[in-house]
Design a protein. Sequence first.
Lengths: 196, 196, 196, 196
Amino acid sequence: MARTAGSHGPKTLEAINRAGLRLIYEHGFEAMSLRQLAAEVGIQVGSLYNHIRTKQDLLFGLLQSHMETLLAALDQALAGESGPERRLAAFAAFHVDYHIVRKEEVFICYSELRSLTPEQYPVIVDLRRHYERRLIDILEDGARAGCFAVADAAVTAYGILALLTGVCTWFRPGGRMSAADVAALYTDMALKSVKI
Amino acid sequence: MARTAGSHGPKTLEAINRAGLRLIYEHGFEAMSLRQLAAEVGIQVGSLYNHIRTKQDLLFGLLQSHMETLLAALDQALAGESGPERRLAAFAAFHVDYHIVRKEEVFICYSELRSLTPEQYPVIVDLRRHYERRLIDILEDGARAGCFAVADAAVTAYGILALLTGVCTWFRPGGRMSAADVAALYTDMALKSVKI
Amino acid sequence: MARTAGSHGPKTLEAINRAGLRLIYEHGFEAMSLRQLAAEVGIQVGSLYNHIRTKQDLLFGLLQSHMETLLAALDQALAGESGPERRLAAFAAFHVDYHIVRKEEVFICYSELRSLTPEQYPVIVDLRRHYERRLIDILEDGARAGCFAVADAAVTAYGILALLTGVCTWFRPGGRMSAADVAALYTDMALKSVKI
Amino acid sequence: MARTAGSHGPKTLEAINRAGLRLIYEHGFEAMSLRQLAAEVGIQVGSLYNHIRTKQDLLFGLLQSHMETLLAALDQALAGESGPERRLAAFAAFHVDYHIVRKEEVFICYSELRSLTPEQYPVIVDLRRHYERRLIDILEDGARAGCFAVADAAVTAYGILALLTGVCTWFRPGGRMSAADVAALYTDMALKSVKI
DNA sequence: GATGAATGAGCATTCATTCAT
DNA sequence: AATGAATGAATGCTCATTCAT
């Protein structure tokens, strides 16, 4: 009796990715079992292997596609903005917003780096470096233009990124502040932190 | 042939804690096996159970003793300081410094919260809240005194904590900046981020 | 995209048999997977079942058709020969030659008997007995005619068969001796082994 | 509840080896499952791993210790014999006898060579070559002494070995001939096969 | 005749934990 | 306090086979 209702083809892969993301976020990659995943998707364990090559590859695919989507979204967000201050504000607002909306992806992309193989690891870290580079560039431009006080652009960027990223560990929708409020507050803090 | 070198008495527990910390930091709690741990310590797996009750308890003990040490150290660091600005600076400098020196403990205390049982979890989270509370108090004092611009003391505190904590994911001794340099830079950024 | 090159019609079955033979010879029946086989043939696993009923049947078919071909070839080789000595020599030369040329079939026919079902097993073993019978008859004729010294025709036949069959485990074309050299040497040894 | 009655320490390893040998002989290495093996021994599957490193290593250990025992036994059997004819007769009688008594070890040592890893394979094959070398030496000595007709000592040796080894595929105790009868018959055939 | 996705059983191996010695 | 052997459950993965398309 092959083929259960409602689970054919690429929809299954989508479902696997969605459920995989949630389970890794919730329990961690090591702690998530393919049995859990299969149950969530509504198929047998063995059937997973019609869609993924290994558990390891599932993780890598998730991280890679997250990083690529993130980078593309950032570039779009920065597209219209010019001037270091406006660009920094746009970066901060975008980052907070994205990290609230996609907190699962963002979280596992930080926490599961160590679960990658030696081959996969540098690929993701490199994509991350591209992302960080955008912020470092903004800070360096601002420093040259004399509008930011930046002792070390990279270290400052890591600080700002950490400040903005923290949001995905504590923010819960429906709390005291809206996502927009938080974005505004943190954008303000980020800007002030590099003020002359 | 009982008793291999280096494994007698209370020293063994110490060795277990030290090795456990390192292994959890490196591979994550779920991914670390007691077999690895025993091998690292130089005893057989079964012997671990003369020193710990369960794997779970090992984790809890590590996190709990870390949080208690951290809190005590913070109180000592803030002891002589008065005035919101000086207290905030002292907090920031202490936090960065501690998070560089004890990065393993700090890291697993963030990343392995989810591996705790429902009974253990609130104990650690509560200790953490005490730590955060110190910073929130400083910010609220500063806001009341009119020297800090703080829209929401808790959210601002989370931001500053994230900014300062980030250090333990990227700092490597021997890099471009010394620990003291980084502490100074991040203290400055933290102070400016709440400037009026 | 149905139908990849090289996989239409009855040619596919041929390709399956050829690849199956090679894979069983190389890895053993149990160790060969239908996935490997399908990949070798250039079709999907499911498609195999348009040509074979089960993996088990593939093995049986291979062994059965091998044994039938072998028997027919033997009868042809013995056709013109008369007299125990000439018939024994003809048998030995044929056996060595065939076992060099078709060593895969021969090998799996010995080694995979145990992978047959209780229904299939006696069919193949019976065909084998027919083959052995030819040699036993020659030996008994020779004994009766007083030209062979044979204590027990069956046991002697098993010995000669083993001697001649061994060739398929070590013979490599291009070695010190040609196939014809080996056939001559072993024929000679077989004849001498039953000399009065 | 650790430790079931009757299964402690090195006795368990012995039991594993004994049962492993039987199961590999019966079903082949690939087809034997560690579940079967554990059941046979009367322990849980996981407990096997207190005694063997992997399934693969079990096979290797069996083959290696068989070959070493075989070699030692051969040397002992040849110890007192001198002269090519007497030595060949001693070799043949020993070989047949050993291959009847230890047919399981002998059989799997032939049939499971292909299940060895690339590292294990040459170790066993090398031991085998040492064994074959003993026979080749005898034949070469005999040829030099003018008492054997040997066109190619190695190829002749392979033939004789095959002739003698065959016994382990068909001999059943209690049949028409005793082990001693078969040994005598095959020793005679082997000697005659190289007669001048 | 071929495909791709499914099934369910099975595999070798690892794990935390227990306990007689 | 340490060992070594046991347990039983779990893990990631593979397999022969089925079948709607």
